[in-house]
Design a protein around this ligand. Structure first.
Ligand code: BES
Ligand code: MN
Ligand code: ZN
Length: 501
């Protein structure tokens, strides 16, 4: 999709379609009013006859309105003016895009960016419109033999801003929105790919494709041989039952001075989590192909920050492997010596994510990081706590937690903090090793993070549990592209990128 920004009055547009809002009940927005005047009351007449109430998401497509240069006008219901909030704005944009894609207009000029959304400026409205448009139009067609495309798909959207003064901000919002949307698409494509294709090596190859595309990116890989030399026995144990090699992919984005400490992102990359010997029930087990959602989120974020060429150093780690039952698989009762030297008694082979992440988190100490954020589909308990709407955030450093929640708020990619108090650590005690990998049913998301916190003492660290947010189940099953918006926003803030400069 091509996006651009301009500033003009609706009656002067000569486009395949112009998109304007109508509030409930039957109240024209000022833009719709301008069209109404030119057309001598054509629109208000229709409303009076009851063709459109203005309820959120209602659509009315009109052709050849008298005195109007554009072929079509799409009236979009925006609900009650005072109730228009962020969520409703995004829903309206999404519905509009779906409708436009079916009308046959290949180009549209949208005035929805002029709606008043509580607490949000033009930058936010344009950026969200770009992100939401790309999100709505996303499909995963790679593995279908018949690709059904609309006959005349929408190709170009022009967002109108109220005055010429807002053009630069609008253009910046388009650039940022596209960078984030590109990253989300990469995340979705990688995550939706089935586990017989998407293994740890596939994750490495996807990173290498980005390396070819961006000068700022460099990729290295740590295979099983190197892991053994490094003493990453916990990571290796998880992948031992799999026919696919465990590979940790490391992506370097060099945007800052050489001596600047990097921000490190670590993604859980279980390309399939069967549970191992503590095997999962069959129902919805296919969804455990998404257990690499953390790694997918990291590669997508690296894509988005490379698009923006952020002037700071960022490292993305994709901790790839597969958890399978096998004669050689690790088992409940095993005691593993992690790279850090600490020992772990395995009580459940399905609590594998923490065993992979702990060694990856020890490994990244060598980068002397400014801070480390790990991202993981770590616990089913997080879905019980927060559902599918918010990612869980936990941290050993309050300012970092606040920065992340702030980025979440700015980007509209919801997250909520859970505590990491010492009291919870007791649930990890073991009679045979330094700790177990199982904290019991109570506060499962927190005890998983407590486990990780024992490996992150050397730097400021935050953990994101995206078990509920990385993909959708049910008839719209698919990866969401989260938490790319939140992480990209966090890094944009760190790089000092603003809406205007
Ligand atoms: N990948 C799962 C967590 C998960 C489950 C995410 C369902 C999204 C949907 C993780 O490896 C796991 O199996 N966790 C166990 C931990 C338990 C054994 C302590 C869980 O959540 O049940
Ligand atoms: Mn598991
Ligand atoms: Zn898992």
């Amino acid at each position: 999709m091509e996006f651009s920004v301009k500033s003009g009055s609706p009656e002067k547009q000569r486009s395949a379609c112009i998109v304007v809002g109508v509030f409930e009940p039957r109240r024209l927005t000022s833009v719709a009013e301008q069209l109404d005047e030119i057309s001598e009351g054509y629109i208000s007449n229709l409303l009076r006859r009851g063709d459109l109430e203005g309820k959120p998401g209602q659509m009315l497509l009109l052709h050849h309105i008298p005195n109007i240069l554009s072929e079509r006008v799409l009236l979009v219901g925006c609900g009650k003016e005072r109730e228009l909030d962020e969520r409703q704005y995004k829903q309206i944009i999404s519905k509009t895009i779906k409708t436009l894609n079916e009308t046959g207009s290949m180009e549209a000029v949208s005035f929805l960016t002029e709606l008043h959304v509580k607490g949000r400026d033009i930058y936010w409205k344009v950026r969200q419109a770009v992100e939401t448009t790309q999100d709505t139009l996303y499909t995963f067609m790679q593995l279908k033999t018949k690709k059904g495309e609309p006959r005349r798909p929408l190709r170009k959207i022009v967002f109108n801003v109220p005055t010429r003064r807002e053009l630069p901000v609008g253009e910046r919002a388009v650039d940022h929105g596209l960078a984030i949307a590109n990253g989300m698409k990469t995340t979705k494509d990688v995550a939706n790919m089935p586990p017989n294709i998407c293994n740890a090596k596939y994750l490495l190859e996807q990173a290498q494709l980005l390396e070819k595309q961006f000068d700022s990116l460099e990729v290295e890989a740590i295979g099983e041989k190197k892991m053994a030399e490094l003493g990453m026995n916990s990571y290796l144990a998880v992948g031992r039952g799999s026919a696919n090699e465990s590979i940790m992919t490391i992506m370097h984005h060099k945007g800052g001075p050489d001596d600047q400490a990097p921000i490190v992102l670590v993604g859980k990359g279980l390309t399939f989590d069967s549970g191992g010997i503590s095997i999962k029930p069959s129902e919805a087990m296919d969804e455990m192909k998404y257990d690499m959602g953390g790694a997918a989120g990291v590669i997508g974020t690296m894509h988005s920050i490379a698009c923006m060429n952020l002037p700071i150093n960022i490292i993305g780690v994709l901790a790839g492997c597969e958890n399978m039952p096998d004669a050689d698989a690790y088992r409940p009762g095993d005691v593993l010596t992690t790279m850090s030297g600490q020992t772990v008694e395995v009580l459940n082979t399905d609590a594998e994510g923490r065993l992979v992440l702990c060694d990856a988190l020890t490994y990244v100490e060598r980068f002397e990081p400014e801070l480390v954020i790990d991202v993981a589909t770590l616990t089913g308990a997080c879905i019980i706590a927060l559902g599918a709407h918010a990612s869980g955030v936990m941290s050993n450093h309050n300012p970092l937690a606040h920065e992340l929640l702030n980025a979440s708020e700015q980007s509209g990619d919801k997250a909520w903090r859970l505590p990491l108090w010492d009291e919870y650590q007791e649930q990890l005690e073991s009679p045979f090793a330094d700790m177990t990998n199982l904290g019991g049913r109570a506060a499962g998301t927190i005890t998983a993070a407590c486990f990780l916190s024992r490996f992150t003492k050397k730097y400021n660290w935050a953990h994101m549990d995206i078990a509920g947010t990385a993909w959708k189940s049910g008839k719209n099953k698919g990866a969401t592209g989260r938490p790319v918006p939140m992480l990209s926003q966090f890094l944009m803030n760190r790089a000092g990128l603003e809406a205007e400069d």
